[in-house]
Design a protein around this ligand. Structure first.
Ligand SMILES: [Fe+2]
Length: 210
């Protein structure tokens, strides 16, 4: 067992590597059991669409369920679950934790919230989240299950070839700086499901189009 993460060590890792991962059940993971299982349930039930190419042109292959989109500006998707999902993600404990990791006192806004599922032999190709929106600060990923192999979250160190891998388990929370290129390696078996949300200091128009 690795030692429990402290807020200090997590902040240092985020600064150095651009990413942290907090397992479910660790004291600093802001999700409680009830919120986690509710999120998982909403993600299972929401309508999904099959996506071949991501919106920044990266190569990928996944099933997506949307709660908030960010094309021209952030918009809540009209379905039974979006508001419930958002109310959990906006809880003070979650916001406080994200703020302390990204090291800001600024107000945070959610801009895009979606369920992603990657099946066997699929992956998310190398990309930069700021290509989707230059004002994305961090991507937060809640892993919804652990019945898969492969599917590592791989974060490259700016423009070098060096990378760090994160093997997410059920309920783990990854926070990743959107200026770091990353990918999800090929899923070798099972299905890799996660809830991803992007935070920003701005809730206005997506500057990608301006
Ligand atoms: Fe990404």
């Amino acid at each position: 067992m690795s030692p429990m993460n402290s807020i200090k060590s997590l902040k240092a890792s985020y600064n150095k590597k651009g990413t942290i991962m907090v397992p479910f059940g660790e004291k600093l993971n802001p999700l409680n059991d009830k919120d986690f299982y509710n999120l998982k349930n909403y993600c299972e039930k929401v309508n999904k669409e099959f996506i071949k190419i991501g919106d920044a042109g990266e190569k990928n292959h996944l099933l997506v369920g949307r709660f908030m989109t960010d094309k021209k500006k952030p918009e809540v998707v009209n379905n039974k679950f979006s508001k419930k999902v958002l109310s959990i993600l906006k809880k003070p404990k979650m916001k406080r934790f994200i703020k302390s990791i990204v090291n800001t006192n600024k107000k945070l806004f959610l801009r895009r919230v979606q369920f992603n599922q990657i099946s066997k032999n699929c992956f998310v190709g190398y990309h930069l989240d700021v290509d989707s929106n230059p004002e994305y600060v961090a991507a937060c990923v809640i892993q919804l299950g652990s019945k898969f192999k492969g599917g590592l979250y791989r974060v490259y160190q700016k423009k070098s070839k060096k990378f760090f891998d994160y093997a997410p388990g059920q309920g783990s929370l990854i926070i990743s700086n959107c200026k770091y290129p990353h990918e999800v390696t090929k899923v070798k078996s099972g299905k890799r499901a996660s809830l991803v949300f992007f935070i920003s200091y701005n809730k206005g128009l997506n500057k990608r189009y301006s």
